[in-house]
Design a protein around this ligand. Structure first.
Ligand SMILES: [Zn+2]
Length: 457
């Protein structure tokens, strides 16, 4: 057993060296690399094309244009406001109002307030134009998060065109039968944000609260919080049955998927990959400056939590947490974070320079995000526990690594990391073998419970 493991590792490393060499070669001979790190996500498909990497058709281009739609630029927060003040710009298509100008609405999303546009007919404001900026930023962040997932579905189907579960998922996604998602950036005073769905509507709401100094904290200004809530809405499209489950672990997975979506949001932005590597030297277990692991820093800080409202780099086990969805979610998220950190560390062993590490962070992040999505879609159990989810991830990692078309990223030691990290947290990586915790307390996702800070967002 031990020998085959060692051989596997050496093989994997050998393959990895060839990837690294390719990556360095491409970028050493190609000035697009600097562009890549400095461009907004909006231009990333062009850059990937020029560097010879896989190009996905941008989701926006799949939307049929019509006279009812209008292309605009929309400003959004790149990360949490306490991490980075810089804004990103999304170019996307929105509807026209009946008076002709653009409004913050498209086929999937509808902002309940649509500001008047700037002098150029766009939704790009300075951050002191609070209400205008906040509503635009939420719209753009949710739009990009949905694009990220929809593009991944296209990629996964191209990898496995006969996969019925995947094609059914895409058909369901594109049918939009589940209705639009309504966005409220400023829903009132509360230290919270949530996704909700009932018979009439699906909605995301973000709230505002004062910190100890009386400074108002707006949950809508953290792209991690917005991505977390968008993650709930996406999982509810992929698996609507998870939303109304009585299973604590399935409910907790809803929360974990929100935090993983926030993590994937950061890894989806080349600028943020570059900034993270510059702050951590690529050590994803470093606490200082690690805005990938820390979730909702500004929000957490206002509540006296210096490492974020939650921190993904968490080693708690199932036996150590309160039976509440957010608390239990930390067990799953912690395992996923460590799996990613290990795969990333393995992938940069032979990359000395910061730019190469940032580039690799983007690609390993994309790979793990797609692997995670495939594992979720592969599940047919209406209320999977953590063991089911872990087993599905393990199955996908094995299938991809054994495929005749396996890439060096597929050949990283994912299976070993998945087994190690879930077992470490008392989650057996088997079908139906997990601890089945009985639900106690409030199972609603993203709902505030009094006097318990871990129940927020
Ligand atoms: Zn949540």
């Amino acid at each position: 057993m031990k020998q085959s493991f060692i051989i596997g590792k050496i093989l994997s490393n050998a393959l990895l060296v060839s990837t690294v060499a390719t990556v360095i070669h491409v970028h050493a001979s190609d000035n697009h690399y600097h562009d890549f790190l400095n461009r907004d996500i909006d231009g990333i498909h062009d850059i990937l094309k020029k560097t010879g990497n896989v190009v996905l058709k941008p989701f926006d281009s799949l939307l049929a244009s019509s006279k009812k739609e209008q292309s605009v630029k929309i400003g959004y927060y790149l990360q949490d406001p306490s991490v980075l003040k810089e804004i990103g710009i999304l170019t996307t298509t929105v509807k026209r109002s009946k008076f002709g100008g653009p409004v913050l609405e498209d086929k999937d999303l509808c902002s309940i307030y649509s500001p008047s546009t700037d002098a150029d007919g766009n939704f790009v404001y300075s951050k002191d134009q609070n209400k205008k900026f906040d509503y635009s930023s939420v719209f753009a962040t949710v739009r990009l998060t949905m694009n990220m997932c929809r593009d991944d579905l296209t990629f996964l189907l191209s990898k496995d065109p006969k996969n019925k579960l995947l094609s059914n998922t895409i058909t369901h996604w594109d049918s939009r039968s589940y209705g639009k998602l309504y966005l409220t950036a400023e829903a009132g005073m509360d230290a919270n944000a949530f996704y909700n769905r009932n018979d009439q509507t699906r909605e995301l709401k973000f709230f505002t609260f004062p910190d100890d100094n009386g400074t108002l904290i707006h949950s809508c200004r953290s792209s991690e919080i917005v991505a977390h809530e968008a993650g709930h809405s996406i999982l509810d499209i992929l698996h609507p049955e998870y939303f109304s489950t009585d299973s604590l672990e399935t409910g907790a997975f809803h929360e974990a998927y929100g935090d993983l979506t926030a993590m994937f949001w950061t890894l989806y932005q080349p600028k943020l990959c570059s900034l993270l590597v510059s702050k951590t030297s690529g050590d994803l277990h470093q606490r200082e400056g690690n805005f990938l692991a820390a979730v909702a820093e500004q929000f957490g800080s206002a509540l006296g939590m210096p490492n974020g409202l939650r921190n993904d780099d968490d080693n708690v086990t199932l036996q150590q947490v309160e039976p509440e969805v957010h608390a239990v979610s930390s067990v799953f998220t912690g395992a996923m974070y460590d799996i990613f950190a290990s795969a990333y560390a393995e992938s940069i062993q032979n990359i000395p320079d910061q730019e190469g590490k940032a580039n690799q962070l983007y690609y390993v992040g994309q790979h793990f995000r797609q692997m995670t999505l495939q594992s979720i879609i592969s599940l047919e159990n209406p209320a999977p526990n953590f063991s089911d989810l872990a087993f599905s991830l393990l199955s996908v990692s094995k299938e991809w690594s054994e495929s005749s078309t396996a890439s060096p990223l597929d050949k990283l030691n994912w299976s070993q990391y998945i087994n190690d990290e879930f077992n470490k947290r008392s989650i057996l990586v088997n079908n139906n073998a997990g601890l089945s915790l009985t639900l106690k307390g409030d199972k609603r996702v993203c709902h505030t419970l009094p006097n318990n800070l871990s129940n927020l967002i």
